[in-house]
Design a protein around this ligand. Structure first.
Ligand code: NMX
Ligand code: MLT
Length: 435
């Protein structure tokens, strides 16, 4: 057994005992109450899940095992001469609960490079789809085709014991994370680069190799990918992609099945697809106004037009956050350092100056501030990555790190099948009447 797996086993046994004690001694204590409004309104604010990898504070933003994004950028290992964290380090932190050493990160880079081979039939499955297919659909078809490689599903079919679930889930997790960049890059090169594919470079770190396979060997873009893959990885357990992966995994569906389900949620415009919607919205605005940098008044007018058409302003608002997303701020800092004078970036910043005030005026938007998706597209366009329909796939590759680390924890803690109770409106009416 590799040393990271051994370490995870020890940590999981320790926490498993603590959880047992917690349930035994405090299992009947209430941590929340549920209102009828919450049941109808997306279960907002109900604490009903456990997710070990990260915790979201409405005002401070996300913390991964206690570390904020600025702290991660400071403390996680970086590549030689680089300034951005290596996502391998974040994965280690989420899985093990401790900051990694450089050697831990190198071990993971090497392990993922060794496990990265994708069988040809996965590419054939993607090839079978029309070229017009959305990249998220192609990506997910690739993941589903790869499900044949699940060691968890194979072991279950052969009759594995409950005590071994975590071990096979760990193997599936490592294999899937190792292979996702190649599948994603294949989709990109097929759809946008005439099918001229680029072979992986096993000497590069995970994010840099992804950038390389996409066709971007610029050092700046590799740094952006390291930051991008780090900040999109996890957002506690209740967001649609994490919750779905966890829910589907609870039926003992393997990592491929569970992650693909999560990716179908990420592909929705109110979740991960918002990153493509933001850039589309900005480009449309620019086109309508005849190009160049719009004035603040013109942006304001365009925002009001969007709202009057009954649409949301993409990249703004959040179900939990109540302040500017620190993931937005991290990207803003990256832009200030590397691409201060980029036209699209300046528009993103002007939109940031304009939108919150208008959303506040509506009186119903709980969070008028930008989320992670408001900035990412402009950075990508700067490096020539203009195919915005692909942006959610980048989000998805990163999100694998968090939701799959969580899935390992789910099986290690022997969490049961998730099955909350539902009622009908008829039931609610009777309840209100006291019957
Ligand atoms: N533009 C216009 N209206 C908005 C916005 C927005 N950006 N955000 C919220 N609202 C509206 C919302 O549609 C709802 O209207 P109604 O009562 O008419 O249905 C009202 O404000 C109250 O919604 P909230 O309680 O503030 O937001 P909720 O928690 O339901 O939804 C989002 C959160 C993120 C889905 C919502 O803010 C939104 O649609 N934002 C735009 C899409 C987006 O950027 N999504 C990405 C989220 C981050 N991610 O990567 O996943
Ligand atoms: C996420 O990263 O998953 C989004 O910010 C959505 C969420 O947290 O609900």
């Amino acid at each position: 057994m590799g040393y990271i797996k051994e370490k995870f086993k020890v940590k999981a046994e320790e926490l498993g005992l603590e959880v047992k004690e917690l349930i035994k001694n405090h299992g009947s204590r209430k941590i929340d109450e549920v209102t009828i409004g919450q049941v109808y309104q997306g279960m907002r604010g109900i604490t009903g899940l456990v997710s070990e990898t990260s915790l979201l504070d409405a005002n401070e933003g996300i913390r991964f095992r206690g570390y904020s994004i600025p702290e991660l950028r400071e403390h996680l290992p970086k590549t030689q001469g680089g300034a951005e964290p290596l996502p391998e380090g974040l994965f280690y932190l989420m899985l093990i609960g401790e900051l990694p050493t450089e050697a831990d990160v190198q071990y993971l880079s090497g392990m993922w490079a060794r496990r990265s081979h994708v069988p040809n039939y996965v590419f054939d499955a993607i090839e079978a789809l029309p070229i017009s297919t959305h990249p998220m659909t192609m990506f997910n078809v690739g993941i589903m085709a790869l499900q044949t490689e699940s060691v968890f599903a194979k072991a279950y079919a052969e009759g594995m014991s409950k005590k071994d679930y975590w071990s096979y889930m760990y193997e599936d997790t490592m294999n899937l994370i190792a292979r996702l960049p190649h599948i994603a890059a294949y989709v990109y090169r097929r759809k946008y680069k005439g099918g001229h594919h680029i072979q992986p470079n096993g000497m590069l770190d995970w994010a840099a190799n992804f950038a390389h396979m996409l066709g971007y060997d610029d050092d700046g873009f590799k740094e952006l990918m390291r930051l991008y893959m780090t900040i999109h990885a996890d957002h506690e357990g209740g967001n649609v992609s994490a919750h779905t992966t966890h829910l589907v995994g609870s039926a003992l569906s393997d990592a491929y099945l569970a992650f693909a389900a999560g990716m179908n949620g990420l592909a929705g415009p109110l979740h991960g697809l918002a990153n493509q919607e933001v850039i589309k919205w900005i480009l449309n605005m620019r086109e309508e106004l005849g190009g160049g940098i719009p004035t603040k008044a013109q942006i304001e007018q365009y925002v009001r037009k969007t709202l009057s058409e009954g649409k949301v302003v993409p990249g703004y608002g959040h179900a939990v956050l109540r302040k500017t997303d620190p993931r937005f701020t991290a990207q803003m800092e990256f832009a200030k350092k590397h691409l201060q004078n980029d036209e699209l970036v300046r528009i993103v910043w002007m939109v940031y100056d304009t939108v919150p005030g208008i959303l506040q005026e509506l009186g119903k938007v709980k969070n008028p501030w930008p989320n992670v998706d408001a900035h990412s597209g402009a950075l990508l366009v700067h490096y020539g990555f203009v195919e915005y329909e692909f942006y959610t796939v980048l989000f998805g590759v990163s999100r694998a790190l968090g939701v799959l680390a969580s899935l390992c924890w789910d099986r290690a803690l022997a969490l049961p099948i998730e099955r909350p109770k539902s009622v009908t409106t008829e039931w609610m009416k009777l309840f209100v009447e006291g019957k």
